[in-house]
Design a binder for this molecule. Structure first.
Ligand code: SAM
Ligand code: GLN
Length: 290
């Protein structure tokens, strides 16, 4: 006799319990995926019988998640700034804290428009990964043209798919290479970067979900700041006179990143931004003469 939806859910929860902080929520999402239905349907139809193919699919999904694989990889997408991004092991799963970097970027672009700056804004996203930052800025701001770079050609495959899915491919260009190397000689109104900043010794082993993410997306060297130490000095040469830059990094790295940005931009005021948890997470600097 085929298993009931309720029984499948209970089995899924017990498979996920040892490895997940939210086994019930995860099992619901995976069952909804396997049955191709909404979570509400599962709640209302516990007695219904599941066919054997979706039941097997559910078991496979639960086993992947139980191995530690991030939910976003198991499902194949992640939500970011109200949109769905395709993600898999080629890219970092976009984080909620990075949504604040988008807020900062959009605030800057809006202020530019209000100040009567000419239409058309050139944005650079360094280390684009899934394209979360590049595609979101392009989607939220029809005036923006975004160049995005990554050292990982495999990540860029995902970013290009996301730009296509979100209808921003015409205003996003993806380039493979280190930092701003592929766009050398160009100037930008806004430079955004969420470079790898996890100190090497802090990268956890499997089954921690972070260990499934690409090493080159996480590993910031012995203290986490290797990538920024190399990239930040390039930034003044990338910015237009009225430009700005926003960098994301871990709270513990903030004092050193602020000092690095202050040294690099000399007299320019440097601001710190906070994430949802209230932790210092961003450094902003503007070259504007205002
Ligand atoms: N921007 C995406 C986001 O916010 O979700 C991904 C950020 S992930 C932390 C960092 C990305 O930078 C990875 O995709 C990695 O491949 C890329 N990367 C690492 N070193 C780089 C470098 N030297 N130049 C360009 N990209 C780099
Ligand atoms: N925010 C990610 C984490 O803490 C790291 C992303 C990064 O290195 N830029 O796992």
């Amino acid at each position: 006799m085929p298993a009931s939806v309720e029984a499948l859910l209970a089995r899924g929860i017990s498979v996920l319990a040892p490895s997940s902080d939210s086994p019930r929520a995860d099992a619901m999402l995976l069952l909804a995926r396997a049955l191709d239905c909404e979570r509400e349907w599962i709640v209302a139809h516990g007695e219904a019988r599941a066919a054997s193919a979706p039941a097997r699919r559910f078991e496979t999904l639960c086993n992947l998640r139980a191995s530690g694989m991030p939910m976003a990889y198991v499902l194949g997408f992640a939500g970011f700034y109200g949109r769905e991004f395709l993600v898999d092991e080629r890219v970092l799963v976009p984080r909620p804290e990075t949504e604040h970097l988008i807020d900062e970027a959009l605030t800057f672009l809006k202020a530019r428009r209000s100040a009567g700056m000419p239409a058309g804004t050139n944005v650079l996203d360094v280390g684009t990964g899934s394209g979360a930052i590049a595609c979101t800025v392009a989607a939220e701001n029809g005036d923006a043209f975004v160049h995005a770079t990554d050292v990982s050609a495999r990540a860029l495959e995902v970013a290009r798919i996301n730009a296509g899915r979100l209808n921003v491919a015409e205003r996003c260009r993806f380039h493979c290479g280190r930092f701003a190397g592929p766009v050398a000689g160009r100037r930008f109104d806004l430079v955004l970067a969420n470079l790898p900043y996890v100190p090497t010794p802090d990268i956890p082993p499997r089954p921690n979900p972070i260990a499934f993410e690409p090493r080159e997306a996480l590993d910031g060297g012995p203290d986490g700041l290797d990538a920024y130490r190399e990239f930040v000095p390039e930034v003044p040469g990338l910015l237009e006179p009225d430009g700005a830059a926003v960098f994301e990094a871990g709270p513990a790295l903030m004092p050193e990143l602020v000092a690095l940005v202050e040294r690099t931009f000399r007299a320019r005021p440097v601001e710190v931004g906070y994430d949802y948890a209230g932790h210092a997470r961003f450094v902003m600097v503007a070259t504007a003469s205002r």
